[in-house]
Ligand binder design. Structure first.
Ligand SMILES: [Cu+2]
Length: 129
């Protein structure tokens, strides 16, 4: 923290708590969440929370893959798709595990992108990651 260098730990904590109380009212934006958690001395879990708020994960069942290079091709395409953070495609399990930014894309759009490559697919499971 940049502030409160000159005061005792206890005062610092009290001030931090007051600020936290004030700030938590407007704790909607991820950035604010970091600030709150930093004041609370719990920055690490806040970063995890942000990730959870920001990105979501979807498991997509894919039909029609013939070999591992089909899976590699779909994976490469997904990684180029706007809003996709990361993608793993398994030929063995016939599925894609995709992490995406819900403000930029959706499971429906991802399924559509896979369909454009000629593979039928559907959403198997969805979760915030
Ligand atoms: Cu193939």
């Amino acid at each position: 923290m940049i502030v409160n260098k000159g005061i005792t730990g206890q005062t610092k904590k009290r001030v931090a708590k007051q600020i936290l109380a004030a700030v938590s009212v407007i704790c909607i934006l991820p950035v604010t969440v970091v600030l709150c958690a930093a004041l609370d001395g719990n920055a690490t879990s806040a970063v995890t929370t942000i990730r959870a708020i920001k990105n979501e994960r979807v498991l997509i069942a894919i039909e029609g893959m013939h070999c591992t290079s089909c899976a590699t091709g779909i994976k490469a395409m997904l990684k180029r798709t706007p809003g996709v953070i990361s993608a793993e495609v398994s030929f063995e399990r016939r599925e894609a595990d995709v992490e995406y930014d819900p403000s930029r894309t959706s499971p429906e759009k991802i399924v559509e992108a896979i369909a454009n490559m000629g593979y039928k697919s559907n959403v198997k499971a969805q979760e915030g990651s």
